[in-house]
Design a protein around this ligand. Structure first.
Ligand SMILES: Cc1ncc(COP(=O)(O)O)c(C=O)c1O
Length: 376
């Protein structure tokens, strides 16, 4: 038996190799309050959301019992598809529900990418989009972060067929906005398709929280875009979605293996998502309040004027470690993000502004980041 508690040379060698590459990850202590929570609007703990979920649990049981293609197609799936499509596209698109945002991205990117002539992906795209692209086994053009002009230049030079462009609307690691209007213009001119991952923008961007399109005053275009997202962040529940035209929905329903070969979401989860959407539609001050709070903390800690709830605090390794352990002493878990979550040399602390923040959180931030605040 060696130090890592294994007698297996295979496992010992494997573990050693990931240790040497600095790729070992550990979970933070359970239930230590985190400042990286995606519960932006506090809906995960909202009494109405919890009540709706309990009611569905009592009525329909704990599990969904099978894939949606077999026994798992509870009526709440279709109800939620209609509601999310209405919320995200004012009914101009159709909705399709997945087990998670990861599954939604894996499906949309791999299915539509299989038919595209040239594929462009932002260098900072989320792992779920990258994994979908990996399934394609095709060349992928990774363009410099947010650089839509690079895509134009490449298309001009290569003259390759119909492009598929993949970008987040609100980037999960940096909090930057994707250049959605410019990317949309490119796919409209070339007859291509734009996949917009609206995971962090849903509930947080736009006056009523409808996401990236609302923020940029754009309408949903079923012929040129697919919007994906998740119920697990601002909506406080679980599961993923894609919003697409009717043709796109038939294609994805027919070919998306991460949808076909997995058990459907439990009814209690679907009911929670429906209830969150009800709250957002009736209580639409929530996104605005989050944007006001985000703007305040962006200005204070990063010096940027931004509505993004994602605070991206870069610095040298030593400073970041000190800040992280200071926050840990004050009772909050904010690990330093390292490779492969972010590129080498771009380590950072990532903090998500939440409407649930108690005064204690604000005090801890002011104390921990006092030197950054002074420097700004
Ligand atoms: C940008 C982005 N896309 C997709 C996902 C996946 O969503 P989910 O957690 O529902 O799988 C995440 C979250 O981890 C994300 O940050």
């Amino acid at each position: 038996m060696n130090e890592s508690g294994t007698r297996s040379p295979f496992l010992a060698f494997f573990l050693n190799s990931i240790e040497e590459a600095g790729r070992v990850k550990r979970m933070p202590p359970p239930l230590l309050p985190s400042l990286s929570s995606n519960n932006y609007l506090g809906l995960a703990g909202h009494p109405k959301v919890i009540e709706a979920s309990i009611e569905a649990l009592r009525k329909s049981g704990a599990g969904s019992t099978g894939s949606r293609y077999l026994s798992g197609n509870h009526p709440l799936n279709e109800a939620l598809e209609t509601r999310i499509a209405h919320f995200k596209s004012k009914g101009a698109g159709a909705g399709l529900i997945f087990s998670s945002g990861y599954h939604a991205n894996l499906s949309a990117v791999s299915v539509f990418g299989s038919h595209a002539g040239a594929i462009y992906s932002d260098a900072e795209n989320h792992a779920s989009l990258i994994d979908g692209l990996r399934l394609l086994k095709k060349p992928i053009h990774v363009y410099p972060h947010r650089n839509w002009e690079w895509i134009r230049g490449h298309l001009r030079k290569s003259g390759r067929g119909t492009p598929m462009i993949v970008s987040e609307s609100l980037f999960s690691m940096s909090g930057d906005l994707g250049p959605i209007p410019e990317l949309l213009e490119i796919v409209r001119e070339t007859g291509g398709i734009l996949i917009i991952d609206d995971a962090h923008a849903t509930g947080t961007l736009g006056t009523t929280g409808r996401g990236g399109l609302e923020h940029f005053s754009l309408e949903f275009d079923p012929d040129h875009m697919i919007v994906t997202g998740t119920f697990s962040k601002a909506l406080g529940s679980h599961g993923g979605f894609a919003i697409l035209g009717e043709a796109g929905k038939i294609i994805l329903t027919s070919l998306a293996r991460p949808l076909i070969y997995t058990t459907a979401l439990p009814p209690a989860v679907l009911a929670a998502s429906l209830s969150s959407l009800d709250l957002l539609e009736t209580d639409s001050h929530l996104p605005k309040s989050l944007q006001t709070l985000s703007e305040k903390w962006q200005t204070k800690l990063t010096g940027h004027v931004s509505l993004s709830p994602i605070l991206n605090l870069r610095g040298d390794q030593e400073t970041l470690e000190l800040e992280s352990s200071k926050l840990m002493d004050l009772g909050f878990a904010v690990p330093v993000l390292r490779y492969p979550t972010v590129p080498f040399g771009e380590e950072r602390l990532r903090i998500s502004v939440n409407l649930t923040w108690a005064p204690m959180v604000e005090e801890a931030l002011l104390e921990t980041f006092s030197r950054r605040i002074e420097r700004l």
